[in-house]
Ligand binder design. Structure first.
Ligand SMILES: [Zn+2]
Length: 345
């Protein structure tokens, strides 16, 4: 479906969690909520995420990933063949070495799927007529990040395990398409630190997207847990291998890197549309609209406007809601400034 305006705005996936949502998560853990309470909490959180994005005027919205925990952690609860093992570091700040970890006891299976189809059904039913929506799914390598593969396991290494996940994701995306989803996005937030070779990653992602005919985005960033990056914060080394990706659009982060590589579109060889991250989700600095407009103008020096959409750098789940809403509003206001310039108004 073509966009009806220049520079459409979108989000990467996760929305900020309201304060009461954290309190509700504590109550859930303490066994104070029943299944009905739990469902109501998640449904209400998604409704608020939809509300915030629509209120800001975002063109393509998501469900805010409110039913996920820390981007991927909920998915492991749906998997069979895993056993949880002790967290490496529990004291001090919560970071990449504090997350739940798993060992394999069998081949991994996910009998009821990743649950993204159910997320999409609720989003579709609640987004309102005419609202563009998309469904986001972690990439196959990202799904392996919490799982250690040891000698004697059913998989040789994490890359081989990722091929299992590529099949799971492919089934999920095709089921989304069957539900009427018109735009999907794969998220690989730590492209720079995953095992294997770049060519393996491209082949894996292409397998996950094989036969999916709706609009396909690939979001590549450098990690966002605790607002900290994890991967090597450059994209240039990923080319030309990325040119083999079977996607419609590449999504990348720039604002937190002070627009380094804002000319990266020239490496695309015209193959992909471009979703540029122009709002810094790792900073409490609330960029005014004019500053966001300046960032978009920098990207437009190298990218034709009809190929460009704009977004925050990554998801909002590590920022407070009030600030996330201000950033969304400024994204829309900054984009309107540049859109008016392009249209000669
Ligand atoms: Zn990201």
């Amino acid at each position: 479906m073509p966009y009806e305006k220049l520079l459409p705005t979108t989000v990467i996936g996760s929305h900020a969690m309201p304060g009461w949502f954290w309190t509700a998560m504590d109550a859930l853990k303490e066994g104070k909520y029943g299944p009905t309470d739990e469902r109501e909490v998640y449904d209400d959180a998604v409704r608020l995420a939809i509300w915030d994005q629509k209120e800001a005027g975002i063109d393509t919205i998501t469900d805010g990933e409110m039913r996920r925990w820390y981007f991927v952690q909920n998915f492991y609860g749906r998997m069979e063949g895993l056993i949880e093992r002790p967290v490496l570091r529990q004291a001090g700040l919560y970071a990449y070495d504090s997350v739940p970890r798993y060992n394999l006891v069998d081949r991994v299976s996910i009998p009821t799927g990743l649950g993204i189809v159910e997320e999409f059904q609720f989003l579709k039913a609640n987004a309102g007529d005419g609202q563009r929506i998309k469904a986001c799914c972690p990439g196959p390598l990202t799904l392996t990040m919490h799982i250690q593969v040891r000698e004697g396991d059913p998989y040789k290494d994490r890359v081989e395990l990722a091929w299992e996940f590529a099949e799971v994701i492919n089934r999920e995306l095709k089921a989304l398409e069957a539900e009427g989803c018109t735009e999907v996005q794969l998220d690989e937030p730590s492209f720079g630190i995953i095992p294997g070779k770049l060519e393996d990653w491209v082949a894996l992602l292409n397998r996950a997207l094989d036969g999916v005919s709706v609009r396909k985005n690939l979001h590549i960033c450098f990690g966002n847990l605790g607002s900290r990056p994890r991967g090597k914060r450059r994209y240039d080394w990923m080319f030309p291998a990325l040119l083999e990706m079977n996607v419609d659009c590449l999504s990348m982060e720039f604002a937190n890197r002070e627009m380094v590589e804002h000319d990266i579109y020239s490496r695309f060889e015209g193959q992909f549309d471009f979703m540029a991250g122009v709002v810094d989700i790792k900073s409490f600095w609330n960029e005014p609209a004019e500053e966001i407009a300046d960032r978009i103008r920098q990207v437009l020096l190298h990218c034709p406007p009809e190929r460009l959409s704009v977004s925050p750098d990554c998801g909002f789940f590590q920022l407070p809601r009030w600030l996330s809403c201000l950033k969304l509003q400024n994204l829309v206001a900054g984009t309107r400034i540049v859109r008016a310039e392009l249209e000669g108004k």
